[in-house]
Design a protein around this ligand. Structure first.
Ligand code: BG6
Length: 500
């Protein structure tokens, strides 16, 4: 669950039931609903943190009944539960709990670009608390928001009315602003919940706790001690069935202004003055606003060619379905950026993300400077020596600290060692697909884990100069990305920590 703000100390675990609400899902037949939304609601029900009086109103085009829709999703959830690679892999899927989530679900078959859907919704919703979840392609966001507004569905006369908007929020700075203008013409900022599932993941939330609930890290969390920071989100999957979407998006827009900048802001933000949504979001925005415009020479775009992943041959990106044979869309990006403030002045942040890389790993490595001189005659240039704090975020979750130790023996031999905390060793493993805290917080009216308009604007501004087409460098599927990404660090006398 998310951080509680009303009690002193660090309270995690089962949280109070939020007030009753209805969840209207636009795009109820889609992949997001099946893979993430319904499983998260199930997890909330298992934890006893779903409102007792809860109802889903599923909206989509296909003709079916609420119970038909729920039954289909249950059978898909059963498949996912057995699949160790699915987000929702869980040892025991409890039918009775699942039924609690979907028992009184209504299915509204219709076209959400047409007015009659909203007239029906009006009748179904009355004066209840309602969350409208936009689980649809981004091109529909503005239209749905405008129709909700026009039909009076966003007026908070009696219950609350909240909108959850998925990413991508805009395609660039100008379109993000346009979308915001539409949303804010219909709703107050307090009603708008811009979601980024990287904010909901347990280990990512843990970064703020590690930094601001301990005195250990903060005094050394600055340019005097830190040499550089590496942020990696490497995936082994390709574009799967999403070629047509990905062609117009690419790795930069898909991952950087949202997910990687979420990680950047968590690792580098100043301590907020409180845990109010406003205070936390302001610090994240300030951090992103301090990013120096990224230079062409500090940016690498790559595209995967054919190769091998976990022993299986996989096709090149341009041979994937929905992708143009001469596509220049990037499936990998790496960049060096600077945060121009007193804490970080001169410290490079290296970011990279890519599909079809050698391993699946999301992590942040905070690499410290070397001691001022080599008292023990150690090799100061050996990258294996020295201090690194690694935030392991996905799929392994924890924190490890690398430092030098004395190798037992008569001579002073220095050996790099590592001390590791893993969530699964310390805490009961609770099913978590990453949306639980976000849905719970939205039901509870807490926007801390959602993006503000200002944060999104700062993120697009930071990459505005590099959002451009061009020929990508190629890398073999199953590798660590193109050579140019390695050169980006090599030219500074540094190297990436290995992915696979
Ligand atoms: C999504 C992107 O937002 O995040 C995908 O659109 C990407 O392309 C995914 O694969 C990564 O998220 P996760 O939780 O699987 O690391």
């Amino acid at each position: 669950m998310s951080i509680t703000t009303d009690k002193p100390g660090n309270v995690f675990g089962k949280s109070a039931e939020p007030p009753p609400c209805k969840l209207v899902i636009f795009g109820a037949g889609g992949d997001l609903t099946r893979r993430l939304l319904l499983p998260s609601l199930y997890d909330l029900a298992v934890a006893g943190s779903l409102p007792a009086d809860f109802q889903i109103i599923a909206v989509d085009r296909a003709e079916q009944t609420g119970q038909g829709w729920a039954a289909r999703l249950f059978s898909l959830a059963e498949q996912d539960a057995k699949d160790p690679s699915a987000e929702f892999s869980c040892p025991h899927l409890d039918r009775a709990v699942w039924d609690k989530v979907t028992a009184n679900a209504r299915y509204l078959s219709g076209d959400f670009t047409q007015d009659d859907v909203y007239a029906t919704l009006q009748k179904l919703l009355g004066g209840d608390n309602v969350i409208f979840y936009f689980a649809v392609a981004a091109r529909f966001f503005a239209g749905i928001a405008a129709s909700l507004g026009k039909n009076g569905l966003l007026r908070e006369d009696r219950g609350y009315r909240r909108l959850i908007i998925e990413k991508p929020f805009g395609h660039d700075l100008a379109s993000a602003r346009e979308l915001d203008d539409v949303l804010r013409a219909q709703a107050q900022e307090s009603q708008i919940y811009r979601i980024d599932h990287f904010l909901g993941k347990e280990a990512n939330q843990g970064i703020m706790i590690a930094r601001f609930s301990n005195v250990l890290f903060e005094p050394i969390w600055r340019r005097e001690y830190i040499d550089h920071v590496q942020i990696t989100a490497a995936e082994t999957i390709g574009v799967e069935q999403r070629g047509a979407f990905y062609e117009h998006t690419g790795a930069l827009r898909d991952m950087v202004p949202n997910h990687l900048f979420v990680l950047l802001s968590l690792i580098a933000m100043e301590p907020p003055s409180s845990l109010s949504a406003e205070a936390v979001r302001q610090e994240k925005t300030r951090l992103l606003q301090a990013i120096r415009p990224i230079g062409e020479e500090d940016y690498v775009r790559g595209q995967y060619g054919a190769g091998e992943i976990e022993g299986a041959t996989v096709p090149a990106y341009h041979d994937e379905s929905g992708v143009a044979p001469d596509s220049q869309t990037e499936t990998f990006v790496a960049m060096k950026l600077f945060v121009d403030n007193w804490r970080w002045g001169g410290v490079p942040f290296y970011l990279r993300t890519g599909k079809r890389m050698s391993g699946r790993r999301t992590e942040i490595n905070v690499v410290f400077k070397k001691p001022p001189y080599a008292l023990f005659n150690q090799d100061m240039d050996d990258p294996r020596n020295g201090n690194v704090i690694r935030f392991l975020l996905d799929p392994v979750r924890g924190v490890s600290i690398n430092f030098d130790a004395k190798q037992p023996g008569l001579e002073e031999v220095i050996a790099p060692v590592s001390s590791r905390f893993l969530y699964d060793d310390f805490f009961r493993k609770a099913p978590n697909v990453g949306y639980e805290a976000l849905l719970y917080d939205c039901m509870s009216g807490n926007q801390m884990l959602f993006q503000s308009a200002a944060t999104i604007e700062a993120a697009w501004t930071a990459i505005d100069a590099i959002v451009r087409p061009g020929a990508p460098a190629f890398y073999r599927a199953g590798s660590e990305g193109p050579d140019e990404a390695a050169s980006l660090l090599a030219r500074d006398g540094r190297s990436w920590l290995p992915v696979g």
